[in-house]
Ligand binder design. Structure first.
Ligand SMILES: [Zn+2]
Ligand SMILES: [Zn+2]
Length: 172
């Protein structure tokens, strides 16, 4: 996604673009909504991105989609102004990551990809009460039941009953 910063010199620049990105977790185009403005040779890009993540449930492994809105905030400054004392210091460079550039046309795709990658949700569930897979036969318990779990519980219950019975017998 390329931006010509010269266009942002006289007035604010509004950019809307749908981006096809090469990220396995993102299948739909990412819609980027940006405002670009300039102040004392410093270019501030601020906006939002709507991202549809395609994820695998960490319990049942089903693929599902989740929409997230991410903030985008980038600050660019021309290299030749690096050591110049800007009169009105509007940006504290220690706190904000300023990206130094030499050219007027910049490509922000890399920064967008970084932001999206950093925000990939981990350990996610397809739904809050996902029942997961049966650890024995692998049946998706959201879609159906199997016999293995039931038998196991029954077996445990039986053992408990036996213990109870024995204790009871001893008492008598
Ligand atoms: Zn699930
Ligand atoms: Zn099973």
């Amino acid at each position: 996604m390329k931006i010509d910063l010269r266009k942002a010199k006289s007035e604010r620049l509004f950019i809307k673009e749908d981006l096809e990105l090469d990220i396995p977790e993102v299948t739909d185009p990412v819609s980027v909504d940006l405002k670009v403005y300039e102040s004392n040779q410093i270019f501030v890009l601020r906006g939002k991105m709507d991202v549809t993540y395609s994820l695998n449930c960490s319990r049942c492994l089903t693929r599902f989609e989740r929409e997230e809105t991410l903030d985008l905030f980038l600050v660019f400054k021309y290299e030749n102004t690096r050591n110049k004392n800007v009169k009105e210091k509007e940006i504290d460079e220690d706190e904000i990551n300023v990206i130094f550039i030499e050219q007027s046309v910049i490509d922000i795709t890399e920064y967008i990809i970084n932001e999206i990658m950093l925000n990939i949700p981990i350990k996610v569930l397809c739904k809050e009460d996902c029942k997961g897979l049966c650890p024995i036969c692998g049946t998706d318990l959201n879609e159906g039941s199997c016999d293995c779990k039931k038998e196991k519980v029954d077996e445990r219950m039986k053992q408990l009953e036996d213990i109870k019975k024995r204790m009871f017998d001893k008492k008598e």
